[in-house]
Design a protein around this ligand. Structure first.
Ligand code: NI
Ligand code: MN
Length: 227
């Protein structure tokens, strides 16, 4: 079993950890960059970072089809649970040992209202410690924040960071985030879905290589990195 991260386009991705499939922010059906469809994507667990439509999108339908457990904040877990999904609620700063690893909900500077305007709690990122001990940090939608240095103290193997700008960190702040997080590997996401968040990820990766100790992996949707 090889642990890996696959980018599905935008903020959507799939982790394979210890043979478990962990689906992250499944925005597939209406995602022009999606590399997989909601009726095919594998999931044993689904992580949802916040209530925005480009993150909760296909979560409930995939949860119902696969029987996957949705892991999210209390408000989003309740929202998905009311629609028939299996859920596990946590909240910021809290961790829990799941079959694929220990998951801690981390700070994110963003919003979290659901598409219908109802309250989605606080947005979050995820710090996952799988059986291998190689920690994965999913920043999800966020601006730069100084407490990323506290996450860096944990020893991160792989960080998945937004670089699209406008709604999240742009390339310059994402580069500063790499310096605070000090991961061994970094993958840029949440860009090039639409013109508004178009970015030159290759140029960003060169700066990461030149200015930090991290190895940057620029993926096309559907491509993976082994952890
Ligand atoms: Ni968002
Ligand atoms: Mn988003």
């Amino acid at each position: 079993m090889t642990d890996k991260y696959t980018w599905y386009g935008h903020g959507a991705g799939g982790l394979e950890l210890g043979g478990h499939h962990i689906l992250v922010d499944p925005f597939l059906t209406d995602n022009p960059a999606a590399s997989i469809t909601a009726d095919k994507v594998p999931a044993d667990f689904i992580l949802i970072s916040h209530g925005h439509g480009d993150h909760v999108a296909d979560a409930v339908s995939v949860a119902k089809r696969t029987g996957a457990t949705v892991i999210s904040n209390f408000e989003i877990a309740n929202w998905c649970g009311a629609q028939g999904a299996k859920t596990h609620a946590q909240h910021l700063g809290g961790g829990h040992q799941h079959p694929f690893g220990y998951v801690k909900l981390t700070l994110a500077l963003h919003g979290s209202a659901f598409p219908d305007g109802s309250y989605g709690g606080n947005p979050c990122g995820f710090l996952i410690t799988p059986a291998s001990g190689k920690k994965v940090y999913l920043a999800c939608d966020t601006g730069l924040f100084g407490d990323m240095s506290l996450l860096g103290d944990e020893g991160i193997e792989l960080a998945v960071l937004p670089i699209g700008d406008n709604f999240t960190m742009g390339p310059a702040d994402a580069l500063r985030a790499v310096k605070l997080l000090r991961p061994k590997h970094v993958i840029p996401v949440h860009y090039n879905t639409w013109g508004l968040i178009a970015q030159d990820a290759g140029a960003w990766a060169k700066k990461v290589q030149a200015e930090t100790g991290a190895q940057a992996h620029v993926l096309k949707p559907g491509e993976s990195v082994t952890i």
